[in-house]
Design a binder for this molecule. Structure first.
Ligand code: ZN
Length: 264
């Protein structure tokens, strides 16, 4: 019987929505990285889908795209990514989460938000792989997010790529959207470096105290939705995994683009 290689769990920084139409070091990395993988499906936890109640899993046959940004050039709204859904896989995800003690439900109406489709479209431009999204619970804790990752981690041995899409430093009040190459703010760099130093332990607990332990946490993570997918990814670590940095650095002065993958 053919055994499929383990697929990574990856944290991808999705930056500004402009990443959808730009070519830079980040998009080049995404293309290269995606081209090296052969998943049968992609499951994404994105910063841009927070939902109270049961954890929701997109379950449409043909998920639509959500253009959840405003004030950007019209070309962004013309982009398409017609990846199929996979209702059977969605049902499997619901079962796995429920078995782990997490209430979950399929959602046949919700589409794919830009935190999910922007990076995945660069990584897998053919749009031929089923893509699902898992919502961020409200309320939530780092422990709960790690639990979601742990519950879905075995799927990595069955051809499923797990992705957390967000950003380690993400403060829309401080970001300088008029200057992609703005000098990097020291507070952003210090926080990003603190987090990067804890990723190799693959232990969500080493990061869960970031609010009180890390330098400039309040400024770097004013609200947690872009940071939280990190706990999902670390929770999805499997024995033998090692982290590799896919890209690091900043755009717009303080938007961390640090992205990494866990693989064996
Ligand atoms: Zn975002």
């Amino acid at each position: 019987m053919e055994t499929s290689p383990r697929l990574p769990a990856a944290f991808l920084a999705h930056g500004s929505p402009m990443l959808a139409v730009e070519e830079d070091g980040v998009t080049a990395m995404l293309r290269r990285w995606g081209g090296s993988l052969r998943p049968r499906a992609i499951v994404v936890v994105s910063a841009h889908w927070e939902a109270p109640g049961p954890v929701r899993i997109t379950a449409a046959e043909r998920p639509t795209l959500i253009y959840d940004f405003s004030g950007f050039p019209p070309e962004l709204y013309d982009l398409r990514y017609p990846s199929p859904g996979d209702p059977a896989l969605a049902a499997d995800l619901v079962k796995r989460l429920e078995s782990a003690g997490v209430k979950a439900a399929p959602d046949g109406r919700h589409g794919l938000d830009h935190g999910a489709w922007v990076p995945i479209r660069h990584a897998f431009p053919a749009a031929d792989l089923p893509m699902l999204e898992v919502s961020l619970p409200v309320p939530r804790s780092p422990e709960l997010l790690a639990q979601l990752g742990m519950a879905l981690a075995p799927l990595r041995e069955a051809g499923v790529l797990l992705v957390g899409s967000g950003g380690i430093v993400h403060n829309l009040r401080r970001v300088r959207l008029d200057d992609k190459d703005a000098p990097v703010d020291s507070w952003a760099r210090e926080f990003d470096t603190w987090v990067a130093g804890r990723i190799p332990s693959l232990d969500p607990v080493s990061l869960s105290g970031y609010r009180s332990e890390a330098p400039h946490a309040a400024e770097s993570v004013p609200t947690s939705e872009h940071f939280d997918p990190l706990f999902f990814v670390l929770g999805a670590a499997l024995p033998g995994d090692r982290p590799s940095t896919l890209v690091e650095g900043f755009q717009y002065g303080n938007l961390s683009m640090r992205s990494f993958a866990l693989s064996s």
